[in-house]
Design a protein around this ligand. Structure first.
Ligand code: NAP
Length: 262
């Protein structure tokens, strides 16, 4: 299927590794020019080189820095001649006990997982509407639908973004101008973040990391963790010309782990 987005420009935040990189790679394969970002320069440049090799016909620009910083966001937007596709992503907040979280911890979580995506949307949505094409994808978490107790900072901040997007997506000035906003909710995907989570669980339980992973896989009907490639492919479809009639949705990719009908 031709996704119809060759030559478009995408800003993909937090994209040197994991799910963000998966999205950037899938868009690169479709001929989308990219501006990608992460804090670590070496990994970001290595990913940019991989993307250029994947599709030599596209332009790939990099912006090093923390996407929660306004100057970094401005640099990201300035690097793209126009933003047709925006993939919002950042690291997730740490797990913990709600008794220990101070206001500062909440501000950090809200900044990364709610206010930063909103700030980028504020700066790009109207121009997308004027041009009659826009796709905004927010990488959130399966924890928005099935909250995990130790991830309270993530549950709270991402639910805030989810509520905001639900209202925004339905504004006629955006939905009626072919600008869509959808959230992708990953369950467990094989990334560095998952490895870190498994390492913490292994330490706490006394089981080896492999045993913890095996237990986690048993709770997933698909019997495995997802891959960044399949996450990226789904994201690219949502960015395509074919997905213009879907907006304001929360799409769970979790191998069937969530047991409900809706
Ligand atoms: P990952 O493998 O750790 O990769 C995170 C990427 O984001 C890296 O490229 C990292 O590079 C970059 N990054 C992190 N914080 C950043 C910031 N403030 N500014 C710019 N770049 C930043 O993580 P992932 O598994 O792909 O997860 C992506 C998102 O999905 C996270 O919010 C995570 O909580 C959520 N999620 C993941 C899973 C899963 O199973 N993987 C499940 C549910 C939710 P630098 O460190 O160099 O900046």
């Amino acid at each position: 299927m031709d996704l119809g987005i060759t030559g478009r420009w995408a800003v993909v935040c937090a994209a040197s590794k994991g799910l963000g990189k998966g999205c950037a790679a899938a868009l690169a394969r479709e001929g989308v020019n990219l501006v990608i970002n992460a804090r670590g320069k070496d990994a970001l440049e290595a990913t940019a080189a991989e993307l250029r090799a994947l599709n030599p016909a596209i332009e790939v620009k990099t912006v090093v820095g923390d996407v929660t910083q306004e100057d970094v966001r401005e640099a990201l937007l300035a690097a793209a001649p126009q933003v047709d596709i925006l993939v919002n992503n950042a690291g997730g907040p740490p797990p913990g006990d709600f008794r220990d979280w101070r206001q500062e911890d909440w501000y950090k979580a809200l900044d990364a997982n709610m206010l930063t995506p909103i700030a980028l949307i504020q700066r790009t949505a109207d121009a997308m509407a004027e041009r009659g094409y826009g796709r905004v994808i927010n990488i959130t978490s399966g924890a928005v639908k099935a909250p995990i107790d130790i991830l309270g900072l993530s549950n709270g901040a991402r639910s805030g973004l989810t509520g905001f997007i639900a209202g925004l997506a339905r504004q006629p000035g955006l939905a009626g101008r072919n600008v869509t906003f959808n959230n992708l909710l990953p369950g467990p995907f094989e990334t560095e973040r998952l490895e870190k989570t498994l390492a913490v669980a292994s330490k706490a339980s006394g089981l080896t990391q492999d045993e913890v992973a095996q237990q986690r896989r048993k709770g997933i009907p698909a019997g495995r963790f997802g891959t960044s490639e399949e996450f990226g492919a789904f994201c690219a479809f949502l960015c395509s010309v074919h997905a213009g009639y879907m907006t304001g949705q929360n799409l769970l990719l979790d191998g069937g782990a969530y047991p409900g009908t809706f």
